[in-house]
Design a protein around this ligand. Structure first.
Ligand code: GLY
Ligand code: MN
Length: 356
């Protein structure tokens, strides 16, 4: 029995459900190791089953070791197969993930599951992913190391005349060449365009005196990294330096405050207060960070409304930014592991002001 299944069973104890139907594919990957695009998992206090269709028969047999695997094929439908397994497991009250189930899917399950009470549960599985296992942490470390290496590799491109798209393609190629893929569409934006926190790389060529925001991550063995650095193509003005140092200070203050037991929203506030001292908080519109793992934006938020509390084993991004339309923007983002007494940085790319 895997640790993940035990954690879910523990959570189910308090809910009165006979069974949980898991439909979120990220949660299924976390529970079973299956990485295909079609699957259902049913878990009971003492039993369970993994279901997929015939396209994944071989892959499921290889990847899923902790549950019996059931495969259906045409003309059997997913709803018919799930219903058959729910009945075989003897479940009368079936809890399902409220966030993933569409109205259409629920209707088709209900048609086949006469007599079974179906009950939506918010955050049935996802919060269990917040604290990572040792093997997950190892994989995140590898993804972070690859992002660090990519940053060193791409710095040679920060030259006048190189386009944002050239840089983005170089980053993507680096990851593919190293057996990974980009964790999300690479962000490479320069000059005034760097005021777009999620800007799309364009044909614009780098020019002297510009911020160049590079935000990218590697997805390696199913786990992600997320790194942002903002070097300057010199010369750097006093305004560039002022903004850069303020963002760095906000990040360092947040990192310093991250200890087990501290509310996530408090860490967000500390970074915002730090920027406010420089009259820059109004240019920081997004949350300070997010959980990181099987998803880049994994479960958990370091923002003003977060309900989470820091705990050892969690992995977070910490990424304050200042974005000034008509001038440009800076973001500095690291990935960190919560330890018993603070944080361990998982990304190590240099972050002192870099003027190239
Ligand atoms: N690193 C950018 C983001 O997390 O949205
Ligand atoms: Mn991020």
């Amino acid at each position: 029995m895997s640790d993940q299944l035990s954690l879910l069973r523990e959570r189910m104890k308090s809910s009165g459900a006979d069974a949980a139907l898991v439909t979120n594919l990220t949660n299924i990957a976390w529970l079973t190791g299956f990485t295909g695009s079609s699957a259902f998992v049913i878990v009971t206090p003492t039993d369970g089953v993994f279901i997929s269709d015939s396209r994944y028969a071989q892959q499921a047999a290889e990847q899923v070791q902790n549950l019996p695997v059931e495969i259906y094929a045409s003309p059997v439908t997913a709803a018919e197969k799930v219903a058959e397994e729910v009945k075989r497991l003897g479940a009368a009250r079936l809890h399902f993930e409220a966030e993933t189930m569409t109205f259409a899917s629920l209707s088709s399950f209900q048609q086949k599951l006469n007599g079974v009470e179906m009950h939506p549960v918010e955050e049935l599985v996802s919060p269990l992913r917040l604290v990572k296992s040792e093997s997950e942490i190892l994989r995140i470390r590898d993804a972070c190391a690859l992002a660090d290496a990519c940053y060193q590799h791409v710095l040679r491109m920060i030259q006048p005349g190189v386009s944002e798209l050239d840089i983005a393609i170089d980053i993507e190629f680096f990851f593919r060449r190293h057996g990974a893929k980009p964790a999300f569409d690479v962000i490479a934006v320069s000059g005034e365009r760097s005021s777009r926190p999620h800007g799309t790389p364009s044909e614009k060529k780098l020019q002297p005196g510009e911020f160049v925001t590079l935000d990218f991550g590697a997805c390696l063995n199913g786990y992600n990294s997320d790194l942002t650095r903002t070097p300057i193509l010199g010369p750097a003005s006093d305004r560039h330096r002022e903004i850069y140092e303020a963002v760095l200070e906000a990040q360092l203050r947040a990192l310093d405050a991250m200890k087990p037991g501290v509310a996530c929203k408090e860490i967000d506030r500390i970074s915002r207060d730090s920027l406010a001292k420089h009259d820059l908080a109004k240019f920081f519109g997004h949350g300070l960070g997010h959980g990181l793992g099987r998803l880049v934006h994994d479960y958990g938020a370091l923002n003003a409304t977060s309900k989470q509390v820091l705990e050892p084993g969690q992995v977070w991004t910490v990424e304050p930014g200042v974005y000034i339309q008509g001038f440009g923007g800076v973001r500095i983002e690291d990935d960190v592991l919560m330890t018993d007494d603070g944080i361990e940085l998982l990304t190590h790319a240099p972050k002192e002001l870099t003027v190239l």
